[in-house]
Ligand binder design. Structure first.
Ligand code: 4AD
Length: 437
């Protein structure tokens, strides 16, 4: 019986190897599938690295052991040892012929099965997320988070952290979550941008990965109330400089996923060519030109219309590569965006829209750095400059041109994985109707 924690165990992925053929391998994990036929029991075992078929027969096990093994249920936890052999009919081409085992826990009845309702699966998210597909998505997500940070470290950005309890809104009051903070009304942050802006005066180029909170009552396939926001801010950067860094970052993340997660992409049946063929530079299209172009797609948009999930879908199903939409009208964006001095009414900003109908994954642009211009925009938006005193101060002491962006990491994972709802990208999605488990 291999019942020592210290015993050398193979991860399943390592066991799937010609080098170990004919040798005794030991693995531990969970029963993924089990089927008995007469005197033989087939168990497909899973761990974090993969799945492998194991076969229990009376050749190696006595009657009592055979009974115990055949009565195992899905998601029971066990460790086992046996000889490795090739088996073309087995799910991953290899099979362990079971010789000894230890059961850690035997399930009564694992509640997750095929064809269960959406709500049931969401209530049981803590169990559902063990599925192979979810595991694959979470591995891709892990690569995306790491690659984002790696890219910006390579480009000499510093990673910084901003607070989540805040007293100002960056993206308008309608999507603020209020929190009772020892009797004072504060908010959960919508974006770390303003804090990143304070940090470029010492570090020049900074990024952060943090949650952002939006109380929008949007029930679309791409809205979460709590999402993961990757934001960057760079001193001396123009709108164009920022886009140049961003497109390289997106390409780098995709290349890292292709390098590290091919198997995972296969498990979730992603058409790999859709992301393999992504090319930089991304096309830049002015908002006003996009409105014109949308007519070719039979859409009825006019200048000044906001592009929501439906409109962006209607446009982006016609694209295979992301596009930057630039120069939005001032009326569509929040107060901190820098107006274009050469084109009154337009701002120096961009949204990155992902292809295949996915739409906006990132928004960014130049920030106002002139003191009076910022004060005017704050007032025009019926905000109180005193609430923003620290943000305004930045325009009084060594103000400089600068740009930044915010990338919705959940939306990026959704697009890279080709998923139909952003909820499928995050272990515990927070939406209007759900804060459990
Ligand atoms: O366009 P947004 O609102 O921009 C900002 O918050 C800026 N302050 C960011 C910055 O410049 N530092 O949000 C940026 C991105 C969007 O493009 C989208 O991908 C994502 O955040 N996002 C959401 N993702 C999931 N659920 C939501 N409710 C989201 N709202 C925005």
């Amino acid at each position: 019986m291999c019942n020592q924690y210290s015993l050398l165990m193979e991860k399943i992925k390592e066991a799937l190897s010609d080098d170990l053929l004919g040798k005794i391998v030991s693995i531990r994990g969970w029963v993924y599938r089990i089927r008995s036929s007469g005197k033989i029991t087939f168990i497909v075992m899973r761990d974090s690295t993969g799945i492998i078929q194991c076969i229990a027969s009376s050749e190696n096990l006595n009657d009592e052991q055979m009974k115990e093994i055949s009565s195992l249920t899905i998601e029971s936890s066990i460790e086992l040892s046996g000889k490795l052999r090739k088996e073309p009919r087995a799910v991953t081409g290899y099979e362990i012929s079971l010789q000894s085992y230890k059961i850690y826990e035997r399930n009564e009845n694992f509640p997750i099965a095929k064809d269960l309702g959406e709500e049931f699966l969401l209530d049981n998210r803590h169990l559902w997320l063990r599925s192979r597909e979810f595991t694959a998505v979470l591995k891709i997500r892990s690569t995306v988070f790491k690659a984002f940070a790696d890219y910006f470290y390579k480009e000499d950005y510093y990673q910084v952290q901003a607070p989540m309890f805040v007293s100002t809104a960056t993206e308008g009051g309608s999507s603020l979550f209020n929190v009772d903070y020892f009797g004072e009304k504060v908010n959960l942050t919508q974006s770390s941008q303003f804090y990143l802006e304070t940090l470029i005066y010492s570090l020049e180029k900074v990024f952060t990965i943090a949650p952002s909170f939006r109380a929008e009552k949007s029930r679309t396939r791409r809205h979460l109330t709590e999402y993961w926001h990757a934001e960057g801010e760079a001193a001396w950067y123009s709108n164009e400089d920022m886009m140049a860094d961003e497109e390289k970052m997106i390409k780098y993340i995709i290349d890292e996923v292709l390098k590290n997660n091919l198997e995972d992409l296969e498990i979730i049946k992603r058409d790999i060519n859709k992301i393999k063929n992504i090319k930089i530079p991304f096309e830049r299209i002015k908002y006003k030109d996009l409105i014109e172009k949308s007519k070719e797609f039979g859409m009825n948009l006019k200048y000044g219309d906001d592009l929501g999930a439906d409109e962006e879908y209607g446009i982006m199903v016609h694209f295979d590569n992301p596009i930057f939409v630039t120069d939005y009208p001032e009326s569509l964006k929040t107060f901190y965006h820098r107006p274009d001095p050469d084109n009154p009414g337009e701002i120096l900003c961009h949204d990155l829209l992902a292809p295949e109908g996915y739409g906006e994954v990132l928004g960014g642009g130049e920030r106002i750095y002139d003191l009076q211009q910022l004060l005017d925009r704050i007032k025009e938006n019926n905000l109180n400059p005193e609430d923003y005193y620290w943000y305004v101060d930045l325009r009084k002491y060594g103000s400089i041109p600068h740009s930044g962006f915010g990338l919705g990491l959940d939306r990026l994972v959704m697009w890279i994985c080709g998923l139909s709802n952003v909820r499928e990208t995050i272990p515990y999605p927070r939406t209007i109707r759900r804060v459990k488990p």
